[in-house]
Design a protein around this ligand. Structure first.
Ligand SMILES: NC(=O)c1ccc[n+]([C@@H]2O[C@H](COP(=O)([O-])OP(=O)(O)OC[C@H]3O[C@@H](n4cnc5c(N)ncnc54)[C@H](OP(=O)(O)O)[C@@H]3O)[C@@H](O)[C@H]2O)c1
Length: 335
């Protein structure tokens, strides 16, 4: 509906896994673009674990979303009208569309997609923010080196898939951890990891990692935190690096899990580092040039998990915390 902006707004802060009960839908008149702005039609929305923290009571690394506000989200959109320099109707852009069908964006907050680097699907996947996260996490925080043993958690997810493939491209031995037999098969057969662990089928994860990495782990790319981080810590080699990318097991947890094996850091001279991908935005062109070259060479791919319909965005957000998604999770809003 071109004359209305459909929105999904925050209705109640979540207690546990977020879902439809935390959001409401409304429609607003479309706001015509002012000087420097453009009216867009949202095509795809990225659904990300960090959204859980933006709608929580507790501390977050960025501005909290207030009740009644449209949910914040990165999206890919088509320009309908433009009063922003450098943007024409028909351009495909990415920017902070939020959970809205027809938002009005500031030109300086949007970026035209360079479709010579990859398709729209590539910009959602192996050129998107998840891929940049894996790239900078491994390269800058993890100091990944050829020959390293790399352990990746949420290996079938958006960030994890790319981390596994970068590890293989860089000449590492890669072990992926994922939940359930389908994800086990996906990371083994499609991503080509050297060994996989279905953590849901393992009564003792520390022992399972030991079996898969008998000589220890050089780099653990941690997307999960909690007991999985403890199991990895127990298997790190001297000089090992832990990339604290995310801690999804703790995002909706009622009681935070206290890490028990931190004491192993000193004896084994380990390093643990964290980062937010946006810190690297001045280096996105470098990362995207490398990622695009890998896509062209057939070495890098990303499975997208597409949920159809703006109104399904709240349900999609919950899927990240139940593990229902396989691949980078996006909501398709329009063709
Ligand atoms: N530092 C940064 O700048 C940055 C940027 C983007 C993302 N991240 C982080 O990267 C991680 C992955 O994000 P993503 O967007 O790629 O999501 P994703 O991996 O595509 O989806 C989340 C996955 O987490 C797993 N999971 C959920 N609850 C879990 C639990 N209790 N224990 C173990 N695994 C659990 C599920 O996979 P299984 O079925 O395998 O359990 C689920 O599919 C998140 O921690 C996110 O916060 C960090």
């Amino acid at each position: 509906m071109r004359n209305a902006n459909r929105r999904v707004t925050l209705a109640a802060r979540p207690d546990g896994i977020p879902g439809p009960a935390n959001f409401a839908e409304d429609t607003q008149p479309i706001r015509p673009p002012a000087e420097g702005e453009m009216l867009v039609e949202t095509l795809y929305l990225s659904i990300d674990p960090a959204m859980r923290s933006w709608i929580s009571e507790g501390p977050t690394y960025t501005r909290r979303i207030e009740i009644g506000d449209p949910m914040r989200a990165g999206g890919v959109a088509r320009v309908l009208e433009s009063r922003a320099a450098g943007f024409q109707p028909g351009d495909i852009v990415q920017g902070r569309t939020g959970w809205q069908s027809h938002p009005t964006l500031r030109g300086r907050e949007a970026q035209k997609l360079d479709l010579s680097l990859g398709s729209v699907a590539d910009w959602l996947g192996p050129l998107g923010t998840s891929a940049l996260t894996a790239y900078f996490g491994l390269r800058d925080v993890g100091d990944l080196r050829p020959g390293d043993t790399l352990l990746v958690s949420t290996a079938a997810g958006g960030v994890g898939q790319i981390a596994c493939q970068i590890g293989k491209i860089d000449g590492c031995r890669v072990i992926g951890i994922a939940g359930g037999p389908d994800k086990f098969r996906f990371i083994t057969e499609t991503l080509g990891v050297d060994a996989a662990i279905d953590y849901k089928a393992e009564p003792d994860l520390t022992a399972a990692i030991k079996r898969a990495c008998p000589d220890g782990v050089d780099v653990y790319f941690d997307n999960v935190g909690g007991p999985m981080l403890d199991a990895a810590l127990a298997n790190m080699r001297t000089g090992g690096r832990i990339v604290c990318c995310g801690r999804i097991s703790q995002a909706a947890a009622k009681e935070p899990y206290g890490i028990r094996n931190l004491g192993m850091m000193g004896g084994r001279r380990m390093r643990m580092g964290s980062f937010i991908v946006f810190d690297y935005n001045s280096r996105y062109p470098e990362a995207r040039a490398w990622l695009a070259a890998q896509i062209r060479a057939g070495r890098l791919q990303q499975k997208l998990h597409v949920v159809e319909g703006l109104e399904q965005a709240p349900r999609a957000l919950g899927m990240l915390f139940t593990g229902e998604n396989t691949g980078k999770l996006v909501v398709k809003v329009a063709e």
